[in-house]
Design a binder for this molecule. Structure first.
Ligand SMILES: Cc1cc2nc3c(=O)[nH]c(=O)nc-3n(C[C@H](O)[C@H](O)[C@H](O)COP(=O)(O)OP(=O)(O)OC[C@H]3O[C@@H](n4cnc5c(N)ncnc54)[C@H](O)[C@@H]3O)c2cc1C
Length: 488
C-alpha cells in the first residue's frame, strides 16, 4: 500500500473547501466554511496544526511509521505499548496545544485517541460480530494513513433527561436507527453537541450516556463524512464573527473551534462504517473496557495543562503591568495558582508513571489519575479564573472601547497618558488586557468556562468514574487493619 503524504494546512483547507457540508449559522446555509467569517479563523488554526505536524523539522516528535504503508503518519494514531509511547503521544498533543494556547479542545488528535483505543482492543468490539471489529480496524487504518480529522457527538439532545431515549415524546428525537437495509442502516434524529464538527472530515456518532433496555436503536457507534447528504450542523452563536480585529479579540478570532447541533435526516450509513449496532452492553463497554476514553482524555488533559500554564502566564504579565507583581499578597495568590497548574501538569506525568500494561500488551494511562483531575476540573477551573479576575481589579474593564480609539489623535493622547503602565505603553498594556479578557471574560471565555465543566461529561458522572476506578480496597484495608490492632 502506498503512503499518503503528510497533510499540510493547505491540503486540509482545500479538502473541506465548499465541499457541500450543510452548515448553518445566523439563519443561513454557509457555502464555504474556509472563508466564512464565523469559521475561517478556526479553519486556519487547524490548518496550522497540520503544517506543524508536516514540518520535516518535527518529524520525530509528530509522526511515527505506519505499519501498513511504511510512511510517516501522525503520532496521535499510535497505539501505546510502553510508557515511552504514551510520553511520545503527550509530546505530540503538547506541541499542538501550545499552538492554540490550549484553547481548541477537539483538534484532530482528540478523537484519534478514541479510535486508537478501539483498535487496541478489537475483542471488545468483536463481541457484536467479527465483521464489526474488522470494520473498525479498516476505518482506524484509513484515518491514520490518510491523516483524517474526526470529531464526535456522543450525547443526545437535552430534551427531557427524566426519560430514556426510547421514551422521549417522539422516538426519532435522539439520533437512532430508523431502518435496517441489506447494505447498511439509516439514522434520524439529533445529537446535542459536536465541537469542531463543522471543521472535521468525519463525525463519530455514538452514545456515552447510560442506556436502558428498550434503547437498542440508540446503542451504536458509526462514522459519517461531515459532507454527507442529510447531515446538518447548526452552529451555536459564532463568537468569531464578533472579533472585529486581532488586537481586540486575539483569541476569539483564532480559536473559536465551533460547537454545533447535529441533525440527521434519514442518513444512510453503509455497514463498513458501523462498528457497534443495537448493543447496549458494547456501547457502554467501548468507553471503559477499551482505553478509548483514557487516550482521548489524556489528550484533553495535555491540552488543559497548556491552557492553565497560559492562564498563569497571563496573570504574571498582568501583575507586572499593574505594578502588583511584588506585592506579598499577590505573590501568595500567584503561588496558589502555580500550585494548581503544577498539580495538573504533574498528574499528566503520573498518568504515564502509573500506567499499566494489559494482558494484550496495550498500555493504559492510569485512569484513576486521569479521572481525579477531571473530577475536580469543574470546580478548579472557575476557581483559577476567579483568582485572575481578583488580581486584575478594574484593569480588564477600563480599556479603550476598541483599537480605533488609538487612531484618533485626540483620544489617543489621553489614552497614552492615562492608560499606560510604568514599563509599558498604553498600546502594550491594552493588548495584554484584551488577551486576558478574551480568555476569561469575553463570550468566548464564557464558553470556555462551560467547556471545562462539561467536555468530559457532567461532573457527577466523572466523579462516578473516579469512584469506579479508585482502589478503594486499599483504603478500606487500612480501616480493617486499624480495627484489628491488638489491644494495648
Ligand atoms: C462547550 C461544550 C463542548 C462539548 N463538546 C462535546 C463534543 O464535542 N462532543 C460530545 O459528544 N459532547 C460534548 N460536550 C458534552 C455534552 O454535550 C454534554 O454537555 C455533557 O455530556 C453533559 O450532559 P448534559 O449537557 O446533557 O447535562 P445533564 O446530564 O443534563 O446534566 C446537567 C446537570 O444536571 C444535574 N444532574 C443531572 N442529572 C444528575 C444526576 N443524576 N445526579 C446529579 N446531578 C445531576 C447536574 O448538575 C448536571 O451538571 C460538550 C459540552 C460543552 C458544554
Amino acid at each position: 500500500m502506498t503512503s499518503t503524504p503528510l497533510r499540510t494546512g493547505a491540503d486540509y483547507i482545500a479538502s473541506i473547501k465548499a465541499d457541500g457540508r450543510s452548515v448553518f449559522v445566523n439563519g443561513e446555509r454557509v457555502d464555504d466554511v474556509t472563508t466564512h467569517p464565523a469559521f475561517r479563523g478556526a479553519v486556519a488554526s487547524i490548518g496550522r496544526l497540520y503544517d506543524i505536524a508536516a514540518d520535516p523539522a518535527n518529524r520525530e516528535r509528530m509522526t511515527f511509521t505506519s505499519p501498513s504503508t511504511g510512511g510517516p503518519v501522525l503520532r496521535c494514531f499510535q497505539i501505546p505499548h510502553s510508557a515511552a509511547d504514551l510520553t511520545a503521544r503527550r509530546a505530540f498533543h503538547e506541541q499542538w496545544a501550545r499552538a492554540t494556547c490550549g484553547l481548541m479542545g477537539r483538534t484532530p488528535d482528540h478523537v484519534a485517541g478514541f479510535f486508537c483505543g478501539y483498535a487496541a482492543k478489537p475483542s471488545v468490539i468483536a463481541r457484536g460480530g467479527a465483521h464489526f471489529a474488522q470494520n473498525l480496524q479498516r476505518f482506524y487504518e484509513h484515518i491514520r494513513d490518510t491523516h483524517q480529522y474526526v470529531s464526535y457527538t456522543i450525547v443526545p439532545p437535552q430534551i427531557d433527561r427524566s426519560k430514556p431515549a426510547h421514551r422521549q415524546s417522539d422516538p426519532t428525537l435522539y439520533a437512532g436507527v430508523v431502518e435496517e437495509r441489506d447494505d447498511g442502516i439509516v439514522l434520524s434524529g439529533a445529537q446535542q453537541l459536536g465541537t469542531g464538527s463543522i471543521l472535521s472530515d468525519w463525525i463519530q456518532i455514538s452514545c456515552i450516556q447510560p442506556l436502558q433496555p428498550g434503547d437498542e436503536n440508540y446503542a451504536f457507534n458509526v462514522v459519517v463524512p461531515t459532507r454527507h447528504a442529510g447531515v446538518k450542523l447548526y452552529s451555536r452563536r459564532a463568537f468569531a464573527q464578533q472579533a472585529t480585529n486581532s488586537f481586540d479579540y486575539p483569541l476569539t478570532g483564532r480559536f473559536d473551534e465551533t460547537d454545533a447541533l447535529l441533525v440527521l435526516d434519514k442518513v444512510f450509513i453503509p455497514w463498513e462504517h458501523v462498528f457497534i449496532y443495537r448493543n447496549i452492553e458494547i456501547c457502554r463497554d467501548q468507553w471503559w473496557k477499551t482505553p478509548a476514553h483514557a487516550y482521548g482524555n489524556h489528550q484533553a488533559q495535555t491540552r488543559y495543562a497548556v491552557k492553565m500554564k497560559f492562564l498563569l502566564g497571563i496573570a504574571q504579565r498582568l501583575n507586572e503591568m499593574t505594578g502588583n507583581a511584588g506585592n506579598p499578597a499577590v505573590n501568595v495568590a500567584m503561588g496558589e495558582l502555580a500550585a494548581h497548574v503544577q498539580t495538573i501538569e504533574s498528574m499528566l506525568h503520573a498518568q504515564e508513571a502509573m500506567s499499566s500494561m494489559d494482558d494484550e500488551g496495550v498500555l493504559w494511562p492510569s485512569v484513576a489519575t486521569l479521572y481525579a483531575v477531571m473530577s475536580l476540573q469543574s470546580e478548579e477551573y472557575p476557581r483559577m479564573v476567579d483568582m485572575v479576575r481578583e488580581m486584575a481589579g478594574g484593569s480588564l474593564i477600563m480599556q479603550p472601547s476598541s483599537l480605533s480609539d488609538f487612531d484618533n489623535p485626540d483620544i489617543a493622547a489621553d489614552i497614552d497618558r492615562y492608560v499606560h503602565s510604568a514599563h509599558a505603553t498604553a498600546r502594550e498594556r491594552v493588548g495584554l488586557m484584551r488577551l486576558a479578557w478574551d480568555l476569561i471574560g469575553s463570550e468566548f471565555g464564557g464558553r470556555h468556562m462551560q467547556y471545562e465543566k462539561f467536555y468530559g461529561g457532567a461532573s457527577y458522572l466523572v466523579k462516578q468514574n473516579m469512584l469506579r476506578t479508585y482502589n478503594m480496597a486499599d483504603a478500606t484495608s487500612l480501616v480493617d487493619a486499624a480495627l484489628a490492632l491488638p489491644p494495648f
